[in-house]
Ligand binder design. Structure first.
Ligand code: NAD
Ligand code: ZN
Ligand code: ZN
Length: 350
């Protein structure tokens, strides 16, 4: 180890965070690796934590669950990686051995799941300790765009697995994605693997809708004006085949249950802090499927290939870049995304 202390974004309770000097993490278990962070980012979920919506995050916790880096040290039981290897960090830690991991439901790993920047210290630091390194890190192919790969830690697999795959998007489908944040954009980009006929993007922010159009959205609806449900229905024959909820509030869930056509799917992706009213008196007769989920990252290896081949270009989601010393500036911009025209902010630690 080259140094004993490092800079990291530390949570100090609701609305409080700072760039502090803290000890560099060390390998604690034989299956751990310590990774030097090269590039990281901020997620909408970090903003939820700072609002106090995720009480499991305790004071003193280093935030962040996305990033790429270089292996600094490994425990004796790590066999896939060695110091110097460049790696993509998954937001989901998985042991690879428990019942859930055997079902590829890594989000519910009995010794992992979403723990980074949540239950253990995260990636918004110069170094991070990654448990179960063999299963929770991916080697970065030679010559890959590492900033683009940061989008694979969380937002692309989330949009793809919990939005597109759980929503069962098929060729010819009409898909509505409610919420054009990074996760909704991840669903928009990956939905196109399956050739839907129409992708209707719904948001309050015209800037984000315009960006969605450049990513392949066919119809744009600003839900800030008029009757959103009627506007979406007007773009369809009798509703959408797939409604993807990528906001996480009762109003947008309600839109999804009103626009789904018989036989269709509602795929909820948003993190909800309050209950919603399920309109079962209307839905029981419609043969719909409703899914929920925390990202598993089981499709990350496939997504990695599509990004390295250039088929998918998630680097287009990057709107701002910051140096590590200006991490608080990155939070200021990402926390005021509409005002700042921000999508994904990148923080480099060169
Ligand atoms: N299920 C999972 O595994 C998982 C993983 C990551 C993130 N998430 C969740 O997914 C959701 C989206 O994440 P994000 O990072 O894109 O968040 P974000 O806050 O950047 O994006 C949300 C978007 O919703 C829009 N919006 C807000 N109110 C709206 C309304 N009434 N109508 C239409 N659009 C509205 C906002 O303008 C914004 O563009 C969040 O709830 C996040 O916590 C879930
Ligand atoms: Zn996240
Ligand atoms: Zn497991």
């Amino acid at each position: 180890m080259t140094q004993d202390s490092m800079k990291a974004v530390v949570y100090h309770g609701p609305s409080k965070k700072s760039l502090d000097t803290v000890p560099v993490p060390k390998v604690q278990k034989p299956t751990d690796a310590v990774v030097r962070i090269v590039t990281t980012t901020i997620c909408g979920t970090d903003l939820h934590i700072l609002k106090g919506d995720v009480p499991a995050v305790t004071e003193g916790r280093i935030l962040g669950h996305e990033g790429v880096g270089i292996i600094e040290s490994v425990g004796d039981a790590v066999s896939n990686f060695k110091p110097g290897d460049r790696v993509l960090i998954s937001c989901i830690t998985s042991c690879g051995k428990c019942e859930y991991c055997k079902q590829q439901m890594y989000s519910h790993c009995e010794d992992g799941g979403w723990i980074l920047g949540h239950l253990i210290d995260g990636t918004q630091a110069e170094y991070v300790r990654i448990p179960h390194a063999d299963n929770s890190l991916y080697p970065i192919p030679e010559g890959a765009d590492e900033e683009a790969l940061v989008m694979l830690s969380d937002i692309l697999p989330t949009g793809h697995e919990i939005g597109v795959l759980y929503g069962a998007v098929k060729p010819g489908d009409t898909v509505a994605i409610v919420g054009a944040g990074p996760v909704g954009m991840g669903a928009l980009l990956t939905a196109q693997f399956y050739s839907p006929a129409k992708i209707i993007m719904v948001d309050l922010d015209d800037g984000r809708l315009e960006m969605a159009k450049t990513f392949g959205a066919t119809d744009l609806i600003n839900s800030g004006s008029g009757d959103t449900v009627a506007q979406i229905m007007a773009h369809t024959k009798d509703g959408v085949d797939v409604a993807i909820e990528a906001v996480g509030i009762p109003h947008t869930f309600d839109i999804c249950q009103q626009i789904v056509r018989p036989g269709g799917h509602i795929a909820n992706v948003g993190v909800h802090g309050t209950k919603v009213d399920l309109q079962i008196q209307d839905l029981w007769i419609k043969n719909i499927t409703l899914t929920t989920g925390l990202v598993n990252t089981n499709t990350t290896p496939m997504l990695l290939k599509t990004v390295t081949s250039g088929k998918l270009q998630p680097e287009r989601l990057i709107s701002h870049r910051f140096s590590f010393d200006d991490f608080m500036g990155a939070y200021e911009v990402f926390g005021n995304a509409s005002r700042e025209n921000a999508m994904k902010v990148i923080i480099n630690n060169d």
